[in-house]
Design a protein around this ligand. Structure first.
Ligand SMILES: *Cc1c(COP(=O)(O)O)cnc(C)c1O
Length: 473
């Protein structure tokens, strides 16, 4: 399998090259040259597989530059009961009338980002070891992504993580989660500023090409194809759990921000998985809901980006969206490059032609939006009536899922985080604290390891230099 860029670069690249590069050199995103089709016989064979074996089968269709035995080992080391708590890995919980929750947040940081990041950590370590290279991952986080990256990369050979977060602004639980890590390859940098300052520093360092090359700076952001690919697996796993035969269909409701999770659903559907609807749910930051209702994609500024009680969906633009638009435009790379390059820069967005937009229905997409009041009501109703506690992001998904239920088609709401991560809103909705997995009961009491730095790229660079002594030659 080879990969191409959504903006037209057709230099054939293998999986391993896209793994370490992230973004394509022309600024586009990597996609496979085609989506392998999975026929009914293959689906029947896959139905009985364990999650890890299913992951191996799906990944093998897209990865031909890692020997099968090695890939199998990496996948089994990632997806097991020790890490995810159950053999199902992403277990289904029945709510009512054709509505299910698919649990994606039973990994180490209690959010669905673990599903992909845990594999990414092992793939990085493997590929860097094979090349005899090292990588310094630099990132900015306001919560979920940073902790998922750190728990995936901790103790991995050849990898260091430098994670910037706004000093004193993450939730107490999130701070405890990240700062309690004692692994010498993990560096928490608490920046005296807000999240935007952290992001600006990461961008400034990324633009210093000499520094970037010398210190082998890389990222783990959500545009990485390997992350998306890892997420395709649980759509198949959800389908197998919710159906008895391959002539049945299911729908998925996906709490969305950067369009990474639901884009994996799009890939699964393109492969032939019988998905009826892909229901995209946003919070008050409704860039994507607006697009799927009107065909207009309008990027927001930071003043227009709301801080909500489902913070991991507080985005102003959706970094994976270009992949879907590329497919929607029948893989017209010139038009995709024009829309996401000059048009977006000039006009802050674009509107698709009527016939182009009309095609979204063929791809199964529908959308909806959920507000703080909806979240509170949904969390309360689900707890009081169904005795299931859900987090704020999952609540957005469930609220919108109900608006698109069709008789006879199971609707799987993807549970993207556990309520334990968002205790304040759970208190507001239920007047009680969420339960926590036993292993994390006293996480706030653990010793912490982090460094406070001013909001200054030069200070962060100096920190990286002194902690990469082995590279300084
Ligand atoms: C990241 C995240 C999302 C949004 O996922 P995207 O792939 O960015 O669309 C939703 N919920 C939670 C809890 C998250 O951490």
């Amino acid at each position: 399998m080879k990969y191409l860029s959504t903006r037209g670069d057709r230099t054939p690249r293998g999986f391993s090259e896209t793994l370490l590069e992230g973004l394509a050199p022309d600024g586009g995103l990597y996609l496979p040259t085609h989506y392998p089709r999975v026929d009914a016989a293959t689906l029947s064979r896959w139905r009985g597989l364990s999650y890890a074996d299913l992951a191996f089968e799906i990944l093998s269709l897209y990865i031909d530059d890692i020997p099968a035995a090695d890939l199998k080992r990496l996948v089994h080391a990632t997806y097991n009961k020790e890490t995810y708590g159950t053999d199902a890995i992403t277990p289904l919980t029945r709510l009512e009338n054709g509505l299910y929750l698919q649990g994606l947040s039973n990994g180490p940081t209690l959010a669905f980002k673990d599903m992909a990041m845990q594999l990414l950590g092992r793939l990085f370590e493997y590929e860097l070891g094979r090349r005899g290279e090292e990588l310094n991952i630099l990132g900015a986080t306001s919560g979920d992504t940073g902790s998922a990256a750190e728990y995936a990369m901790r103790g991995k050979k050849g990898i260091r993580v430098f994670m910037l977060s706004p000093h004193g602004r993450m939730s107490p639980f999130q701070q405890a989660q990240m700062f309690s890590l004692q692994d010498p390859n993990i560096h928490n940098l608490a920046i005296e500023g807000v999240f935007d300052d952290c992001q600006d520093i990461v961008k400034a360092i990324g633009n210093d090409l000499a520094f970037k090359r010398r210190y082998r700076i890389g990222t783990v952001n959500s545009i990485n194809w390997a992350r998306l690919l890892a997420q395709v697996v649980y759509y198949f796993a959800g389908f197998f759990q919710a159906t008895r035969g391959n002539d049945e269909r299911v729908s998925f409701a996906v709490p969305s921000g950067n369009f990474g999770n639901i884009c994996a659903g799009h890939v699964a559907r393109m492969m032939g998985l019988p998905i009826e609807q892909l229901v995209l749910a946003t919070n008050e930051n409704d860039v994507l809901d607006e697009f799927f209702r009107t065909g207009r994609y309008r990027v927001r500024g930071s003043a227009e980006t709301h801080e909500t009680s489902s913070p991991s969906m507080d985005i102003s633009k959706a970094s994976n969206f270009e992949r879907f638009v590329f497919d929607l435009l029948e893989r017209d790379a010139a038009r995709t490059a024009e829309l996401f390059g000059p048009t977006l820069a000039r006009e802050g967005g674009f509107t698709l032609a009527r016939d182009e937009f009309a095609r979204t229905a063929r791809y199964g997409f529908v959308s909806g939006k959920s507000t703080h009041a909806d979240r509170i009501a949904t969390i309360r109703d689900t707890w009081q009536r169904l005795h299931v506690m859900i987090d704020t992001h999952t609540a957005d998904g469930l609220k919108v899922a109900r608006e698109h239920l069709r008789p006879g088609v199971p609707m799987l709401v993807l549970e993207t985080a556990l309520p334990a991560k968002f205790a304040a809103t759970i208190q507001e909705a239920l007047g009680r604290d969420p339960e926590r997995p036993a292993a994390l009961a006293r996480i706030e009491d653990l010793p912490r390891r982090f460094t406070v730095l001013p909001a200054d790229a030069a200070a962060v660079k100096r920190f990286i230099e002194t902690h990469c002594a082995s590279h300084s030659g």
